[in-house]
Design a protein around this ligand. Structure first.
Ligand SMILES: *Cc1c(COP(=O)(O)O)cnc(C)c1O
Length: 390
């Protein structure tokens, strides 16, 4: 077997995103144990840094060892007890996954659906809450399968006065890319993933719990069905006791610490603005090329952009050429949207002006080869204009 050298890619799919060299270097630190006094200091730093990124002062904020889905599963198995009524809002693939996991955790799930490309309507949630009387309401912030950003406030407003409801919010594709306002919105259990807008390799799922979510955990009548993801035990490792629970993925925690330093250097507001500007420039470019965005105009995410594949264009061939010729990865649609849309991520370290301009130029060339009849050369100009007037 020869040494493996990964090809150089520009990751513009819905995750993973590119990692800053500082983050990759942090992972090449010497191995220390997960209970080493030096590592305990790193854990403290990571928890403090995550609190800042979540914009919360929650007493329970930590990275789960596992990908974003492990964060989702942690939320469901800890907040739901068998027989609990649960409302899951779904606007696509990841909302559906929330429902599946909520049911496996024993929840009696009522589904509130939005058409693909749209967000869930507050009135639909209101009806479900009044009829189903849930103990838990779950929804996705940025639905990566459709590029829709669910407005959080209107959903939270519906839940005012329902003090017994715990909210579970999937922020895998938005944390450190778009504002979530965990504390101001009073969100109870928020989880994310390391490889999206945090730009850390996959393998960690940051979570944060409100006081109310912690009380729900403390008042459980049944033990959590998952041993590994049981927060009542896990919190003693990430809490003051630092009691062994499992061997933390030490190198990934180093990487997360460095990514949190990068975010602090940049400033969270500035980082959000960067994501917004690059999203707007990309959309300006795509629309100038005559392409149609998939997600509704008022609910477009800044981090995942979805574009309708023009008629008579082979979506997979276009992606193949982008990768082979330019090292650019974008991704197609999944499930019902397979073959119908492209998903273009601008997350974390991948959300760059130079990526937007390079991508638009490359797409322009490849679409022309593939027989697309729209205007040529207009995308880069429109995007560049957006940057100069921003
Ligand atoms: C990526 C993603 C997940 C799943 O994360 P994995 O790291 O693939 O397990 C869940 N929810 C959303 C919204 C995502 O974008």
């Amino acid at each position: 077997m020869k040494e493996f050298n990964a090809p150089f890619r520009i990751l513009m799919g819905p995750g993973p995103s590119d990692c800053d060299p500082r983050v990759l270097r942090a992972m090449s630190n010497s191995m220390v144990s997960h209970l080493d006094p030096a590592f305990v200091g790193v854990m403290d730093d990571v928890q403090t840094g995550l609190e800042r990124v979540f914009e919360t002062d929650s007493p329970l904020t930590l990275p789960i060892s596992g990908t974003g889905t492990a964060g989702m599963e942690t939320a469901m198995v800890n907040m739901i007890e068998p027989g609990d009524n649960v409302v899951v809002c779904t606007a696509g693939f990841f909302g559906d996954r929330m429902q599946t996991i909520a049911e496996r955790a024993g929840g009696i799930v009522r589904r509130v659906e939005a058409p693909l490309g749209r967000a869930v309507e507050p009135d639909a949630l209101r009806t479900a809450v009044e009829e189903h009387r849930p103990r838990v309401v779950a929804f996705v912030h940025v639905e990566t399968s459709t590029g829709v950003s669910q407005p959080i406030e209107p959903l939270v407003d519906v839940l005012r006065g329902h003090d017994d409801v715990i909210t579970i919010v999937d922020c895998v594709a938005s944390l450190a890319g778009q504002p979530i306002d965990v504390r101001r919105n009073g969100l109870d259990f928020v989880y994310s993933g390391s490889q999206k807008c945090l730009s850390v390799p996959p393998g960690l799922a940051p979570i944060t719990l409100s006081d109310k979510a912690i009380r729900r955990l403390d008042q459980r009548r049944n033990p959590v069905r998952s041993w590994y993801l049981d927060l009542s035990r896990l919190r003693t490792y990430w809490g003051a006791e630092r009691r062994y629970h499992h061997t933390a993925p030490v190198s990934l925690v180093f990487a997360l610490r460095e990514a949190l330093r990068l975010i602090a250097d940049e400033g969270l507001r500035e980082r959000f603005e960067r994501h917004r500007t690059n999203h707007e420039a990309l959309v300006a470019g795509l629309e100038a090329m005559g392409l149609e965005m998939f997600a509704g105009k008022d609910v477009r995410a800044w981090t995942v952009n979805t574009v309708v594949v023009p008629e008579n264009v082979d979506e997979a061939r276009v992606r193949g050429k982008l990768l082979a010729r330019h090292g650019i990865e974008i991704v197609g649609g999944i499930e019902e949207l397979k073959g119908r849309i492209w998903r273009i991520g601008l997350m974390g370290s991948s959300s760059l002006e130079r990526n937007v301009l390079l991508f638009l130029g490359a797409l322009d060339e490849i679409l022309a080869e593939e027989g697309y009849q729209g205007p040529r050369g207009t995308g880069v100009t429109a995007a560049a204009d957006r940057y100069r007037t921003a």
